[in-house]
Design a protein. Structure first.
Length: 404
């Protein structure tokens, strides 16, 4: 299947540069170039476009209006902004309308990787049920604006703790979540953390980034058909899974960066549930009713009701937002990881184990009892079974607030 990509930029040199960057892909990708939004819309109307890459600044119709009409008329097209325009307000507004924002000048490799990831997502859509569900949802939520602002600050320069704390402090809900997390037993801090700056310096920038993304995503879904108590329960589960994933990664001897990635996977792994709850509310009710009636996992009930799972949907959304492949794959595979690599312990395996632990509640401490959400066949074939018992004890102590 040929994939179609549309570039919109009024500067000829910019179009030429894009053409050059993508020259060796010409066989695989059908490429269209337009000089302004009007021409772009004509191409969009003529046939399906998988990925749109557009500048934001045009002499005539503005980039924001263009993105808005593409979002409304062609919700399935991946919208990427590639702009040299660094006005913060425009950036924040476009964060609502575009799935990804790349700042010019941008090297060929970054651009190619972004487009390749966009197409990987389109391939995920070849699973018919996922595509159908996404069509029912319509336009997917954009990357939360607060996160876009933080990511831009972190990418632009060596951000200071204070700068990051300032961004976080613009949203009281975010500060509350950060303090709640850092003061929970999971982090085992002896002293109480009372300010965003203290929390940021203790957690480190990568964790704050993950928490800001997860927390502002949760907030985006508030008020959209989802009960506050449902969101709160999902958040507690996400926080517990994240802390346990980090603990497991550290116990397994992974480095600090990997442990932070594990945390990110944990805090985001069930984001697809929010998507279903907020945008397919009737299906969500049918799914929870089925679980009450028949028991079993949520993923199984989702398969029965909508033909796909929150894992696939969440992975799709995070991929659309440009999160690293390891995280997207971990979210996609957190219920059924497959043994990969020598140790079998990749991010999907860590997310799977941490999720199983977090769902176990009090049962976690009784290590003789198998856990319902752990795939023991996978743990045995990947040689992780013994280590899992140790990690379970560690996480049970963490849950009980004993670990420091
Ligand atoms: Fe899940
Ligand atoms: Fe989960």
């Amino acid at each position: 299947m040929t994939k179609t990509i549309l570039f919109v930029d009024e500067e000829e040199y910019a179009r030429k540069a894009l053409q050059r960057a993508f020259r060796d892909m010409q066989g695989e990708w059908e490429m269209h170039f337009a000089v302004d939004p009007g021409k772009g819309l004509q191409i969009l109307a003529a046939g399906s476009v998988d990925v749109l890459i557009t500048e934001m600044v045009f002499a005539g119709q503005g980039g924001l209006e263009f993105l808005e009409s593409v979002r409304q008329r062609y919700p399935q097209t991946v919208r990427i902004v590639l702009s040299g325009y660094a006005d913060r307000n425009v950036l924040l507004k476009s964060a609502d309308l575009a799935h990804q924002y790349i700042v010019k000048p941008c090297d060929d490799d970054t651009l190619k990787a972004t487009v390749a990831r966009a197409f990987m997502l389109k391939e995920l859509l070849d699973q018919a049920p996922l595509k159908q569900v996404l069509t029912r949802i319509g336009a997917l939520p954009s990357l939360p604006a607060r996160y876009a602002e933080l990511a831009a600050a972190l990418d632009a320069e060596e951000a200071s703790v204070q700068q990051v704390a300032d961004i976080v402090e613009k949203e009281p809900g975010l500060v509350a979540k950060l303090l709640q997390l850092v003061n929970s037993s999971f982090f085992g801090r002896p002293q109480r953390i009372t300010s965003a700056a203290m929390a940021v310096s203790l957690l480190g920038l990568d964790l704050v980034r993950a928490i800001v993304l997860a927390s502002s995503t949760f907030d985006q879904f508030k008020g959209l058909n989802v009960k506050g108590s449902t969101i709160d329960a999902m958040w507690s589960h996400a926080a517990a899974t994240a802390a346990m994933a980090k603990t497991i990664a550290k116990a397994a001897g992974l480095d600090a960066k990997m442990a932070d990635t594990a945390f990110t996977c944990g805090v985001l792994h069930d984001i697809g549930k929010l998507l279903i709850a907020a945008h397919l509310n009737d299906a969500f009710k049918a799914i929870t009713a089925r679980m009450r009636r028949q028991g079993g996992s949520m993923a199984a009930a989702e398969m029965a009701v909508i033909g796909t799972t929150h894992a696939a949907l969440g992975a799709y959304l995070l991929g659309l937002w440009g999160l690293p492949e390891a995280i997207v794959k971990a979210v996609a595979g957190h219920h059924c990881p497959t043994a990969q690599g020598m140790s079998g312990l990749d991010m999907a395996a860590i997310a799977h184990i941490a999720n199983g632990f977090a769902n176990a509640g009090k049962q976690l401490a009784d290590t003789r009892q198998p856990l319902a959400d752990l795939d023991y066949a996978f743990l045995n074939t990947s040689g992780l079974a013994e280590a899992v018992t140790q990690w379970r004890e560690l996480c049970a102590r963490l849950l009980a607030g004993e670990a420091h």
